[in-house]
Design a protein around this ligand. Sequence first.
Ligand code: ZN
Length: 447
Amino acid sequence: MELSERLRERAVKLLSELIRFDTTNPPGDELECACFLAEWLNAGGLPAQTLETAPGRGAAWAELRGDDRPPLLLMGHLDVVPVGDRAAWTHDPFGGEVIDGCVWGRGAVDCKGVLAAQAAALVEAASENEGGRPVRLLAAPDEEVGGAAGLGWIVENRPELVDCWCCLTEGGGEYYRIAGRGFSTFMVGEKGQLRLELTVRGRQGHAALPGDDQALWVLGEVLRRLRERPIAYRVLEVNARLLERLLEGVEGGKQLLAGLRAGVDEAWKGFFELVRSGAADFEPALRATYGDTLSPTILRAGEKINIIPGRAELACDCRLLPGSDAEGFTAEITGLLEGLPVEVAVIEGHPASVSAYDHPVVGISRELTVRWEPGADFLPLLCLAGTDSRHLRWAGIDSYGFVPYPSDPLPADFTQRMHAVDERLEVEILGKMTERYYELIREVRRR
Ligand SMILES: [Zn+2]
């Protein structure tokens, strides 16, 4: 069998098997799936092991040995998010069936497809046993709810497993076409997270006797101010390149860029207008790439329809750029709501994280991307959501979001499949990912 066919078939079979383990988190229950993966790797000639991070929770890892340099770490997670409305799925979310050229099921994209491609590629490289830098594969549990029983635990309790040259994992590598230009993303860092709870107070009473001082009227004003919050957009090293590329060749682009860099409000307004006219779908992502965001997500108020509630609670999910701090942001929100009977409390949060730009793996990934995707721009960028990379970065290990997805036949809605109904991965895409991982492994080993 030809190499590409062999890699594709191996990855497809493995992905189908991995999807059949229901690793919905919570509760996760990934240990069985981890044991299966370890056995699969063993059978493929890669000595693999498992470890238990909590009862029923587990990780699998294997190492392709080589010289005595620190290994490249390829990483993915075994847990998946809930399936949501099960009746809405076209095929069984835990069936792992191959139908219409796709592997169907929860985790097909996020993140079992990534693990299947990494494992299938590593087994191929192991069969050649050509030596060079070692490559380790780690399949961790508990990524979807923060990693306390997953990578966070491993970094804390089994640091030798993540002691590596650098890590490549999910969170980037997607190909985008924005205003006619192709971009292959490479996530160098990710935003920090801050969860706020706003408690609005008002006069409790009989619904038959309303007044202006009711908590929910106040809440309306709170929401209005949050929505109209002035945002100080910022250009940082981690998000600068996208802006430079987007404005390249645009009339007055250089001037605009200077304005954006200087934080001129009018310049940012003009930039978003430009985006709306050319690539409107990307406006929310671009706003989030250059600014701290706030999304109200949970609202609690009232128990009975004839009682005016004395309080309302609003939870807000905020994502902060590197350099923005939780204290400053909380103070900004508190200041914004001045004069209203509202208390702002921090529930939890963690800082942003950024890896080195000049790590050799960035250069290797760039070279390969240019070869794989002629004409595409390799784009170091900031990941808007959270991944396990942050646990490594906080421990001083460089970690990057880079899955070598192909631009062809990547569907336009690809990234929206994660966490959605009908999650599925094209056999052809999985095949190309696996081939690219294989090339990447060979490249890293021989340097
Ligand atoms: Zn994921």
